[in-house]
Each structure stands twice: as C-alpha cells, then as structure tokens.
Design a protein around this ligand. Structure first.
Ligand code: UDP
Ligand code: MG
Length: 338
C-alpha cells in the first residue's frame, strides 16, 4: 500500500506538529456481545494494513448484555480506541450522533457492528474520498438474510418517501457510508433532536458517490429492528423531511366535498324524477363513516407534526454519555501522523 496519503484539493493540509487522525470509524453497538470480538479483529486487520492513522469509536448504546465489558478488553491495534457508553438505549440514530460528535478524523465512516457491512471495503471508500467526494454511499446490491417482508416494505417506504420529500434519499443505502470532515461538522451543527440520519446525509448535498456492495447476513445475534420500530422510523423519516402529508388532508377534503356535491345533485335529480324514497340509511352510514375516517386521519397527521414540534421545543439532548474511555494505539504499531 502506498504510504503517501494524497489529500484531495478540497481538504486542508495539517501542520506537521498537529496530531492528526485521518480516519474515524464509528461503530454503534447494542447487545452485540456475540459478534463484537470478531468484528474488531476483522476491522483492525483492515486498518492495520492501511497507512492512514485511524481511530475506532465504539458507542455502547445502553446494552444489557456484556458488550461494554467486552469493548473494554478488546485487543490493541494500530488504531486509537474511543469507547463511549450512553446512559441507556437511545437508538441507533442517537448512537451515530454521539459517534459523529466524538470523531476527529478528516474522513469518517459509519459501520454496523454485526459484520453485515464488510470492513474490507474501507480502503475503496477512502479512495473515493481522496478523489474529492464528500459522501460515499454504500448501496446494497443484494440484501442477504432479510426476509421478503422487510425487503418489500423497505422498497415501498423509499418510494413513498421520495415521492413526498423534496430531497432524494437513495434507496438501499443504509448507514454504512463515508463522510468528509466538513459534512460531519455541518451535521453536528444541526439543531434538531429528531435525527433521521439517512435523510440528513442526503439533505447535506455536496459531492456524493455510490459504491455497490453485497450486504452479508448478520454474523450472530439478532436484528434490533422489529416491525413496529421500523414503522416508527418510517414515519419519522417521512414527517421529518416532508410536509406534503399535511397537504394530503386538504386535498382529500376538497375532493370529498366536490364528490358530495355531485352526489347531492344525483339525489336531487332522483327525488324529482322518482319521488322521495324512504331508503337512505345505507348511504348515510357510508358517508358518515368515510368522512369520520378521513377526519381522524387528518387529525392523526397533524398530531405527528405537533409531536415533532413538541419534542424539538423541549431541547433535550439526543443522548447522554455515561462513560468515555480513550485508549492510544499500540506504540509498536503506531503510524506516523501525517
Ligand atoms: N444499534 C444500536 N442501537 C439500537 C439498535 C441497533 O446501536 O437501538 C446498532 C446495532 O448494534 C448494529 C446496528 O445498529 O451495530 C444495526 O442494527 P441491526 O443489525 O439490528 O439492524 P439491521 O441491520 O437489521 O437493519
Ligand atoms: Mg444488522
């Protein structure tokens, strides 16, 4: 591997004395005790083979198993280790925010700890960054180990989200991606508490590049995403990035009013032509139930947005840190800071 790291024109060069970390790897981990050792050895094997000085930031997202204990005794490598334990389970979006805020690298990579995202692709991502890209999105060619329901619902969600929102959120791109320092700084400076990260990354713009990869099945342990949690995240994604659903209520209201006007004319014509029938119970019930449903839907939609305003107005932090440990890179393996 070429020991000379080339910086793209857009990234500033450091002064020689400055202690620099070129690459930060952010790893959120929630109850990943069964895979964390294997993940660490595969990741460090990749990082040790690279010339770039790096740090690995593990975020223990309030695990209830012994993930935190295992993190503290991980073998040392050529990378600095930063271990952060959140005070409880705040969710992956918050854990990633914690990692982004703690990161110091010029390039930052987010990666899952269950080995679904192969660490061996890191050099390719870095190569794109050196070529001048600010965001390198890893798009899944295949979704191994995911059932039919998850695949179809994910596809439907992206279709709806992209129809409704003004920014394009790439389909089949998870959180595995590289961000340049300036993108990370901008994301960290965003004031919002509801952080739908995939949306925020897409929203930030800059020069983005896509790399296709085959996503492996989870090595061990279980997925933390259940149907209800996924539906919740989907709602968060849509309502954080689009106000179009609010307009939906207005349009439905207008359409129904117009339709009922036509219906009224039909009824009036029938009354004049055939006289007043006693019947009418069925149509009344149908109309009432239909309108009641539409009204509840509209109120529910409003509630989603009011809820977001409520959460934002409280200004609570996205996460709380309980403990932070920094372990230097193994001295025998330390790389020259560039
Ligand atoms: N994760 C987390 N907090 C959570 C849920 C998940 O930090 O509340 C982490 C988890 O440890 C893993 C990554 O997010 O590293 C992806 O989670 P998972 O594999 O369960 O999601 P999937 O790949 O099934 O979408
Ligand atoms: Mg996974």
């Amino acid at each position: 591997m070429n020991p000379l790291i080339k910086f793209p024109v857009s990234h500033s060069l450091p002064s020689v004395e400055e202690e620099r970390i070129l690459l930060s790897i952010i790893v959120p981990a929630y109850n990943e005790s069964s895979v964390i050792d294997q993940f660490h050895s595969r990741l460090t094997a990749v990082l040790d083979g690279m010339a770039a000085p790096s740090e690995i930031i593990y975020i223990n997202d309030g695990s209830s198993d012994d993930t935190w204990r295992k993190l503290q005794v991980l073998p040392e490598s050529s990378s600095e280790q930063v271990l952060i334990s959140l005070s409880r389970n705040f969710g992956k979006e918050a854990a990633m925010s914690a990692g982004l805020e703690a990161s110091r690298g010029d390039a930052v990579i987010l990666i899952d700890s269950d080995l679904q995202d192969p660490p061996e692709l890191i050099p390719d991502m870095l190569a794109q960054w050196r070529g001048g890209y600010d965001i390198v999105n890893m798009r899944r060619r295949k979704r191994h180990g995911e059932n039919w329901f998850k695949r179809t619902s994910a596809a439907a969600f992206y279709r709806v989200l992209n129809k409704l929102s003004d920014i394009h959120i790439p389909e089949n791109v998870g959180d595995f991606r590289l961000l340049s320092r300036r993108v990370v700084d901008h994301i960290n400076a965003l004031p919002e508490r509801t952080r739908y990260m995939k949306g925020l990354f897409a929203w930030s713009g800059f020069c983005q590049k896509e790399i296709l990869f085959d996503r492996d099945p989870r090595l061990a342990g279980k997925t933390k995403w259940h149907t209800f949690k996924l539906i919740g995240l989907a709602f968060e994604g849509i309502t954080s990035f689009s106000v179009h659903p609010l307009k939906l209520a207005t349009f439905t209201g207008i359409s129904i009013s117009l339709l009922s006007l036509v219906f009224a004319f039909v009824l009036a014509f029938k009354n004049v032509a055939y006289g007043v029938p006693v019947a009418g119970y069925t149509s009344m019930t149908v109309v009432m139930l239909f309108l009641g449903g539409i009204q509840l839907l509209a109120i529910g939609l409003l509630g989603e947005y009011v809820g977001r305003i409520f959460i934002e107005s409280k200004q609570r932090p996205t996460y709380l840190t309980m403990k932070k440990i920094t372990k230097p890179a193994a001295s025998r393996l330390q790389k020259a800071h560039l």
